[in-house]
Design a protein around this ligand. Structure first.
Ligand code: ATP
Ligand code: MG
Length: 180
């Protein structure tokens, strides 16, 4: 599976609709401090279901919406779309092109779409949970995260390793079944 493109609008510093295409191989994103490199990785994590505003360097989730500048008013909506090439069926039961969209309004309303069909946050989280690409996985390591992983409590570290190993989904299903 490969992330083919990312489309952002109203997400943090990306006020205008911005499309970033990723070609085969390794992609490096370079730019001066504060130019939005980390915002790009945060947009990917957010679209994949990140639920912690703090881990996106905000206080509340609407902090990810373009907040305005001296020259430009704030926006009321942030939207991020990820397009994946799933022709290797890395996500089984999904089509060859998987598209996910997350949208958030300043009043707190949010919308999720999987392949252009409205869905729940849970559907997005489940989709990636055992793919090794989930929001807690090793595939996106933010600044400071390496230390955080090694300084975390053993239980938390275990969760990270379990997600990477692909057993977290079954543990959560077991917990749910036991509580029913
Ligand atoms: P560094 O090289 O220092 O890591 P970077 O390229 O990773 O920098 P980011 O942290 O992605 O930069 O971008 C920070 C910029 O995003 C800041 O200028 C900040 O003002 C802007 N920003 C963050 N949230 C918002 C928002 N909600 N609305 C508008 N701009 C925002
Ligand atoms: Mg950065």
């Amino acid at each position: 599976m490969q992330l083919k493109s990312l489309v952002l609008s109203g997400f943090k510093s990306f006020a205008d609709k911005t499309e970033i295409n990723f070609s085969d191989g390794l992609t490096g994103i370079v730019g001066p401090n504060g130019s939005g490199k980390s915002n790009i990785t945060e947009a990917i994590r957010w679209a994949m279901g990140e639920q912690s505003a703090k881990s996106l360097r905000g206080e509340r989730m609407p902090d990810i919406i373009f907040a305005g500048t001296d020259l430009r008013p704030q926006l009321n909506r942030a939207e991020v779309t990820l397009n994946f090439d799933n022709s290797d069926q890395y996500l089984p039961q999904e089509p060859a092109n998987v598209m996910i969209t997350r949208r958030l309004f300043r009043n707190g309303d949010s919308e999720f779409y999987l392949n252009q069909k409205s869905c729940r946050l849970k559907d997005i989280v489940n989709l990636f949970m055992d793919s090794g690409l989930g929001r807690e996985s090793f595939s996106i390591i933010s600044q400071g995260r390496v230390e955080a992983i090694f300084n975390s409590k053993p239980e938390d570290r275990r969760n990270i390793i379990e997600e990477a190993a692909g057993v977290l989904k079954y543990k959560q299903q077991k917990k749910k079944a036991q509580s029913e």
